[in-house]
Design a protein around this ligand. Structure first.
Ligand code: GDP
Ligand code: ZN
Length: 293
């Protein structure tokens, strides 16, 4: 059988079969063959040892599609980053940092603004325009009014999605919403790992639909980026079409006189907030580089 590791506790791996069952597995044998440690998110081949007790053994780890450093995870298809559209106001600098961080790891991001029951349509238009122009998928939801949830479910279907965002924006409310009641009810093992008596804050995948998983990550209030400053622009995709008009190859769109990106900004074709955050992050990376040498 094949399945996915949704949690690991003290030498046990909990393997979800893709639809409704969870097996408590050991991983005897795989350490001996290859020195590879099973991780949450791994797709595995396993043998059922006792169907009644839902016990099994993992025989092999299937090849990993990717392995993210931050947040630590494997086989991630996409990230869903949640911010409140208001209460609290979204910290767009933090959002733009997150987008860069996922960009460097090649993970597509869906941006989700929650609490739209608290704002007007104009506010949604502003954020939609900024982030769709930057090439991201943007969804607006309210867990209070159940708005936008169906569309969001469609975007998650069949994929493994990392859920991220600062605290207080409604991530837990959303997770509870998406979790089918059945998943909580399936008895022994499911309860055991939900209760998490012996668990520390290890990551865990929640199955929200057939072959559809959500990984909860701790809320964050700051994000650390490290890269050569001149590479930052590559993660602001909306700049690219204007770079032809920059005088210098490798223009970083900061102090250069003839710069297509700065022109586009002046003409209102690029978002001020994205560019300002670009500048702030650029300066910070530059400062970091100075201190290194
Ligand atoms: P988390 O810290 O990101 O997991 O956020 P929570 O799910 O704990 O929610 C934080 C607060 O926002 C709670 O008081 C929720 O009741 C509230 N909240 C969550 N979703 C909504 C929403 O759609 N609209 C409004 N107005 N408040 C919400
Ligand atoms: Zn330029």
């Amino acid at each position: 059988m094949t399945g996915k590791i949704i949690k690991g506790i003290a030498g046990f791996y909990y393997v979800h079969d893709g639809s409704s069952r969870i097996y408590e597995c050991r991983a005897k044998g795989i350490f001996r063959n290859r020195k590879i440690k099973p991780l949450v998110g791994d797709d595995v081949e396993f043998t059922v040892l006792n169907e009644e007790q839902s016990e099994g053994n993992i025989d092999a780890i299937l090849p990993r599609k990717n392995q993210l450093i931050r947040p630590a995870s494997v086989n991630v298809d996409q990230a869903l980053v949640v911010f409140a559209i208001t209460h609290p106001e979204p910290n767009l600098n933090l959002l733009d940092r997150f987008l860069v961080m996922m960009g460097t790891q090649d993970v597509p991001v869906i941006i989700c603004f929650n609490k739209i029951d608290l704002c007007g349509g104009e506010q949604m238009d502003i954020y939609r325009s900024i982030y769709e122009k930057a090439g991201y998928q943007v969804v607006f939801i309210s867990t209070y009014e159940e708005a936008g949830i169906r569309e969001l479910r469609e975007l998650l279907r069949g994929k493994t999605t990392v859920l991220a965002g600062p605290s207080g924006v409604g991530k837990s409310s959303l997770t509870n919403f998406l979790l089918p009641e059945a998943a909580m009810e399936t008895g022994g093992i499911s309860e055991k790992i939900q209760r998490g008596k012996h668990t520390t804050r290890h990551s865990q995948l929640f199955c929200v639909d057939d072959h559809t998983y959500l990984m909860d990550t701790p809320g964050f209030s700051s994000l650390y980026l490290d890269m050569p400053p001149q590479e930052l622009k590559d993660y602001f995709c909306e700049f690219t079409p204007y770079e032809d008009e920059c005088r210098f190859l490798g223009c970083v769109h900061v102090g250069e006189k003839v710069c297509g990106v700065k022109n586009a900004l002046k003409e209102g074709k690029l978002s001020r907030s994205r560019y300002d955050n670009y500048l702030l992050i650029y300066e910070e990376l530059k400062e970091k580089e100075r201190r290194k040498y």
